[in-house]
Design a protein around this ligand. Sequence first.
Ligand code: GLU
Length: 509
Amino acid sequence: MSKVRVRFAPSPTGGLHLGGVRTVLYNYLFARHHGGEFILRIEDTDQNRYVEGAEQYIVDCLQWCGLIPDESPQKGGPYAPYRQSERKNLYHQYAKQLIDSGHAYYAFDTTEDLEKMRNDLKRADNTNPQYDHSTRMKMRNSLSLPASDVKDLLANNIPYVIRIKIPESTTLIFTDMIRGEISFDTNLVDDKVLLKADGMPTYHLAVVVDDYLMKISHAFRGEEWLPSAPVHILLWEYLGWKHHMPEWAHLPLILKPDGNGKLSKRDGDRLGFPVFAMNWTDPRTNETASGFREMGFMPQAFVNMLAMLGWNAGTEQELFSIEELIHKFSIERVHKGGAKFDFEKGKWFNHQYIQQTDDTTLTQLAKPYIEAEGINVNNDHLLKIVSLIKDRCHLLSDFWQQGHFFFATPHDFDINPIKEKWNDVKQQFFTSWIASLNDAKDWNYGIIEQNFNTQLEISGLKKGDVLLPLRIMLVGGKYGPGVFLISEIIGKEETILRVNNVLAKLSVL
Ligand code: GLU
C-alpha cells in the first residue's frame, strides 16, 4: 500500500454532528493504524453556506476529542494551504484543462433560463428536470452555441459557470471499501457545475483536485456523498489521474433511535440529547445547540461510543482505549447498515469511564459543574464527595445532580414517602438524636451511627423506620450514598439544621 494519507474535509457551516466526529475518528484510527497521516482540510468554497466561527469550532472539537490532525490550516504542512478558499486560483487550470479536452463546457444560462428549462420540461414522470445530456443542447453553453458567440460572450465577460459533460448511457463502477462494487448509470447524473460564476470551484472539482494534490490515499466520508461518486470518478479519469484515485469508503449513517433516517438535530431536541460534539452557538441566530462535552461526557467515552457506532472488533468487547482502537481498527469491520443511536448506551460508556478514572482527575473534571452552580469548593473536600458518589454518576454533570446536598442546604424536601407513617415516637427519636449529636465530641460517621443506634434502642423503633426519613432530611429525596457518611461530610451543625428543618415541616402536619 502506498503511504496512507487520509483527510477529514468538512465545510464550515455549523456545529459538528456526531456522525462527523465519527468520520474524523475512523480517518484518524486508519491513519494511525497504518502509520500514515491524517489531514484536516477546510472545504469553504461555498460562500453562501460559510458560517463565521465554524472552522475554529471544528478545530476545538478535534482538540477536545484528542483527534489531532498532522496537517491542517492551523498547523500547516507540506501541501498548504489547507483551506480551499485560499487555493482558489489553483482550480482554474484544471477546469480549463477539462474544457480543452472536451470534458467540460462553459454555460452562460441565467437563473431565469434555468428556471424556465425546469418549468418547460417538468412532467409527471420527470418532476425535477436536470441540466444533462438530454437538455444541455437546449441551453446557452459552449456546446450549443456557435464558437464565435462563445468567444464574444467570454470576451465581454458575461458570467459563466463551467459544467462537466457527463457521458450518455455509460455504466461507471467502483469498489467501495465497505460496500463492495457499486455501479452508476450516467443517464441519471446531471452536468454538475465545477467552477462557479464567482470563480470559486464547487465541492466536486475542489475535492478531486485537492485529494490528488495532497496525495490522499483513502477517502472516508458519509454515505450521503455516494451520489457524488460518479462525478468524482469521471473527474479523476478526465484529469488523467485515474491511477491515483483514493480508495473510498462511504460510512453508514447514524440513525434516529426511533424510526428511520439520519439522526438530526431535531431528533436530539425532541428526545432530549445533543447531536453535536460541543455546544454550538449559531452566530446568525444566536441559538445554542447543546453538545456532548457540556452535557458532561468525557472525550474518551464519547470517542469510544462513536467507534462502536458502526464498527466492532469481532468480539464482545465494547470498552477500548484509543491505543487499542488504533491497534484493532479495520475498515473491513465497519458495517454497511446504519447504526441506530442510543443515548442511554452512550451514558453507559461515560459511566464506565467515570468509574475507571482516578478520583483526583475526576475531581478536576467535576469541579466546573459545581462551580457553575455558584459554589466554591475546595479540592480535598470535593475529592471525598467525588469518591463517594462516582458510582452513581453517568455524566460529569451528575456530580451536581447526585451531590448538590453536600454543597447547599436542600430547599425542596419530598416528604410524601414518610408523612403517612410519621408519629410522635419518630419525632421524639430525631429530637433526642440531634441533642445527643450536639454533645458529641468527635465527628465521624462511626460516632454518628453509634449515637443513632443508641437512640434507636431507647425509642424501640427499628432502623428501617427512620433511615428513609433521615435520608430525606439530609438530601431532600430518596437518593445519595450512606446517610452517616453524608452527615459526616456536611458536618454537625448542618446535620442538625437539616433534621430540624424537616421536623418542623412534619410536626405541623
Ligand atoms: N466537504 C464535504 C463535507 O462537508 C466533504 C465530503 C468529502 O469528504 O468528500 O462533508
